[in-house]
Design a protein around this ligand. Sequence first.
Ligand SMILES: Nc1nc2c(c(=O)[nH]1)N[C@H]1C(S)=C(S)[C@@H](COP(=O)(O)OP(=O)(O)OC[C@H]3O[C@@H](n4cnc5c(=O)[nH]c(N)nc54)[C@H](O)[C@@H]3O)O[C@H]1N2
Ligand SMILES: Nc1nc2c(c(=O)[nH]1)N[C@H]1C(S)=C(S)[C@@H](COP(=O)(O)OP(=O)(O)OC[C@H]3O[C@@H](n4cnc5c(=O)[nH]c(N)nc54)[C@H](O)[C@@H]3O)O[C@H]1N2
Ligand code: SF4
Ligand SMILES: [Mo]
Length: 717
Amino acid sequence: MKTKRIVKSACRMCHGICQVLVHMEGERVVKITGDPQSPISRGYLCPKGAAAPELLYHPDRIRQPLKRAGKRGENRWVPISWDEALEEIAGKFRAIKEESGAEYVGMTQGTGRPYENIYNRFANAFGTPNFTAPAHICYLPRIMVSLFSTGFPLMPVCDVRPHEGSAAPACIVIWGCNLTGSMGHDSGDCMCGGLLSLSIRKARKVIVIDPRRINPAEKADHWLQLRPGTDGALALAMIHVVISENLVDREFINNYTTGFNRLSQHVEKFTPEWAEPITRVPADDIRAAARTYATTKPACIQWGNGLDQSACNFQTARSVMILRALTGNLDVPGGDFFPTWPREMHHKTPFVDINFSGLQYCPPENMERKVDHGLYPLMTTVQQPAFWRSIVTGHPYRMRAVWIMSSNPLLTATHSLEIEEALKKLEFVVVSEFFLTPTAQYADIILPSSTWLEYDEAHTSGGNTYAIVAERKVAKVGDTRNDQDVIIDLAHRLGLHEAFPWKDLRELNEWALEGSGLGFDEFLDKGIYIPEHRYYKYKTDPEFFNTPSKKFEIYSETLSFMGVSPLPVYREPPLTPVSKPDLAKEFPLTLMAGVKMKAFFHSEGRQLESLRKMNPDPLVEIHPDTAATLDIGENDWVWIETPVGRVKMRAKFFDGIAQDVVSAQHAWWFPEEDPPEYGWKKSSVNLLFGDTEYDPDTGSESLRNGLCRVYPVSDNR
Ligand SMILES: Nc1nc2c(c(=O)[nH]1)N[C@H]1C(S)=C(S)[C@@H](COP(=O)(O)OP(=O)(O)OC[C@H]3O[C@@H](n4cnc5c(=O)[nH]c(N)nc54)[C@H](O)[C@@H]3O)O[C@H]1N2
Ligand SMILES: Nc1nc2c(c(=O)[nH]1)N[C@H]1C(S)=C(S)[C@@H](COP(=O)(O)OP(=O)(O)OC[C@H]3O[C@@H](n4cnc5c(=O)[nH]c(N)nc54)[C@H](O)[C@@H]3O)O[C@H]1N2
Ligand code: SF4
Ligand SMILES: [Mo]
């Protein structure tokens, strides 16, 4: 009989820091359960975490490095050794750098993952500024808001994780965030859906600002069902109420902010009556919600992708950040807390990483060679559509190679067909992956990655978080390797020893933990490290607000200098019935695309049986009355069409959405179908987004407020 044992570890099926118990029989992982003793996750486990053994042992996992044998897309591969693979990549990267310049090697990553700091470091050390990620539509705008308002390069987090001196939030605002539905962890602030739900239940007042009736809206004191993309107007009106009714925190404003008077004048005209026709939220409801927020202390605002994915994201998030300051909720117990741990975990070196905040440090002379240089003043990485387009058009120049690290841009980025063309045009494509995805099919070399069950790590999560948790190596499948180990190895082969002084992942972890006073083995045994948390840091540290004025900048001269509005403004999204009334006659519905699914992490998990059973087909939420007028029955296959293309999904009736809005899932492909496409062109919603007006500050895209029409697929298949 095989011996049974349990290993304490931490799940990494999302950004998460859930501590878990890994159940072993002999050498085999048989089950994952939540760890009831964990001070942070307290036994919580979501379906993705439970599916980790299915991922680990999945027969389709790539088990050794592969080299393309036939033409791109022929799905013919030969296995090669790691040494061959990395030598070939190093040789190619070196040659391109010598012949054309380091910027001709582009790098891309998906959402935040454990390797991201040193992957960014690799870009900087190698010398390429052409680094792209979904940052412009995910968290970077909010980080930038924090940076320009407070000088702090992380976003504030709702103080819902209990620790010494903390208090439970009395009022919680859920603003464009569905973590209580997807039940995972966020990327930018590592907020946990499970914990957030608990805190919402305990809060005295709950305000939900979302076009969809998400779970907490059912019992919320205020649910503002706004028109998608109009949060900027709503937030300005809330600021107007808070100031005009004198609900502000005078002490905080007088001592710790600049620009209050200018803001007061600026928002005079932004009354709730002004916002009502824009947002469709009755003026009285805006007033009432603003009063509740400003008078119930402490209060925190959990924001999310609903704010990021619009053409007015930076300005809107600035308004939200200013609301926190006006009401004195920043860094107070139970309010919006500035996390402290990164100071201990990271070291300042000449090779500053983009690190937790998504701020790519890169020498200015390199920045000027970025393919989108000068387009978006607040975008430190290359805006994703601009990255791929430069390869197609050759303007300003055509990169020759791209390394795609844990990302599936054909599914998760817009302009999908253009990306496909770019992938065909590239001379050399490297993909680090678990599976042969539609994107990986375009690789010249595929590097097979280990899952979180296959290495020891001090896991810090991409965003600012509360604790550092230990992931334990309990299994090994094929000849896969940890991404960070591979990055270090490749860096060494390229002579980048100064930036990569560590032999391997273990040494890197020792280094990262230095500030904590713990050795790596000691840390692994403990399983968790929770650094000291302090509140009111701006009171004890005069430099805490690290802006030019050393205060919270309601009015920002720096932004003004950069050509960005120094006070928050509202812009109507580019594709709405208001901005494009003629187009709206043909495409009368508003399309929200990509609310996160409980079963999947973006394009992942479609091959994992337990998850796929939960959500077997792509779904689009539609109001039953709208469906009736369109002759669409529940669960029918429908076409969703925009001026850019059309895709098929099944209709899911939902009366918690406005009659002229639909909400479609994103990143669908069908691993069970034939390579190289695996059916991705049928249902991937990002095929519906093309050129549009981007956010002028950040390059963000309006993925939540486009125009579409929906009609039945006639043979209903
Ligand atoms: N329309 C629309 N599009 C969206 C969104 C939306 O809301 N609407 N959301 C956007 C957001 S917020 C984000 S963050 C992006 C996410 O975009 P991506 O990060 O590209 O999404 P994933 O599907 O998670 O792709 C990750 C790929 O990496 C592989 N992978 C997973 N873990 C690892 C690992 O540890 N190592 C390696 N080497 N590979 C790994 C998986 O197998 C998968 O194929 O999508 C964006 N796209
Ligand atoms: N299970 C699971 N968990 C995940 C992920 C996953 O793929 N699956 N992805 C992870 C990643 S990378 C991220 S970034 C986070 C994102 O997590 P969230 O920030 O929660 O983002 P979404 O899930 O897109 O939910 C956004 C919410 O905003 C609403 N919304 C849409 N448009 C608007 C608008 O114009 N205004 C307002 N106010 N609200 C709007 C939607 O109805 C939805 O309820 O989730 C992470 N967690
Ligand atoms: S929320 Fe994330 S970390 Fe927690 S169990 Fe689910 S996938 Fe794992
Ligand atoms: Mo994200």
